[in-house]
Design a protein around this ligand. Sequence first.
Ligand code: ATP
Ligand code: MG
Length: 420
Amino acid sequence: MRLSELFTKTSKTVPADETAKNAQLLIQAGFIHKEMAGVYAYLPLGLKVLENIKQVVREEMNAIGGQEVMMTTLQPRDIWEKTDRWDDKKVDNWFKTKLVNGTELGVGLTHEEPIVDALSAYVDSYKDLPIYVYQIQNKFRNELRAKSGLLRGREFLMKDMYSLARTQAEHEELYEKAASAYVRIYDRLGLGEFTYRTAADGGIFTERFSDEFQTLSDIGEDTVYVDEAKKLAINKEIYTDENLAKLGLKKEELVEKKGIEVGNIFPLETKYTDALDVYYTDEKGQKQSIIMGCYGVGISRLMGVIAEHFADDKGLVWPESVAPAKVYLARLGTEPEVVKAADELYFELTAEAIEVLYDDRDIRPGEKFADADLMGLPYRVVVSGKTLEQGTYEVKSRHSSEAQFVSQDQLFEILGTRVA
Ligand code: ATP
Ligand code: MG
């Protein structure tokens, strides 16, 4: 994409109404637009990042056999009454609305009920199970306080998956398989090193723990106790001697940290399936309860976490797996030979399937470099009168302060498309 054609612009002023670094930088770089507190629109470059995160999550869910669906945002009241979750006293962050005729509707804040209800049309024999069903969709929650930019929104993007199993053993297998997929997701997003599977409260209807995936961060809302060697943690909410013993964790091996919950997985037992009257018939023709699990990933929250975590004093620093493009190509000068060389490189890189943001604007080099740093693409490549004269390209990784002057072959090698 050519920057001269991109409708967004960067801004030097830090937005006055944002205190979180992720929101400040993403707004300044023109990646997101604030509609109101806790509600953000995604602009071309921000949408690319969001789509890249979705793609990583989607690939890992598909790899374990997840089947993707898209449920509806508008929700009928009756299915939520069956599980006793319609009442605002039971779930306090519902957004609700009404049809013209007065019928009340819910605005989806999670989807256990509608998923189970939809599956009831198809699941009835032991042969129909086990299954994983997932979606990637906006959720709406009337959070008391929307804060920290993308980290806690009122409208946000979530991946939610649900597993349906015949037996407890089968459920546990699905649960662990999904937990491993989560580890791969955070690894691919560059957060693996700082993200801990964390035992947390399983909810009122189960004796089991749930598992949160907590990315360590000073701005995290959760307090967690981390066993670095075991790569496990426990949430402060359930930090008792009894639970430590159950988890095989020792107080003296734990370090207190702050974490951001980037995903969580829950054993739901048979609460939703029983309440919605969905059972299966086993080999002997007997009616049996279905054991469920649910698995959330905060897609838009992850974008905020990644933006916040890797940023430096110059701006964003995207890991390659989610960057809106791999290369920021800065053309310095408007001399015909410089324009020609830069245009050619843009076409050649694009032809090699390398995504390029081409800064072909007629502005000062300093402004181009500042924008390149702010936008945080993995590589900056410069074409100028000087590089042309030397027969080289200037290339710099966003992580390093030093540029190298290299031949075209070396450039392509650095960018990972050609072997020397
Ligand atoms: P939290 O503990 O942060 O309030 P939750 O326990 O309610 O979240 P779930 O309902 O299980 O979370 O949602 C799954 C994932 O969606 C969470 O792990 C988190 O990453 C993300 N998420 C939850 N609420 C929000 C929000 N308001 N804004 C952005 N992401 C969110
Ligand atoms: Mg939580």
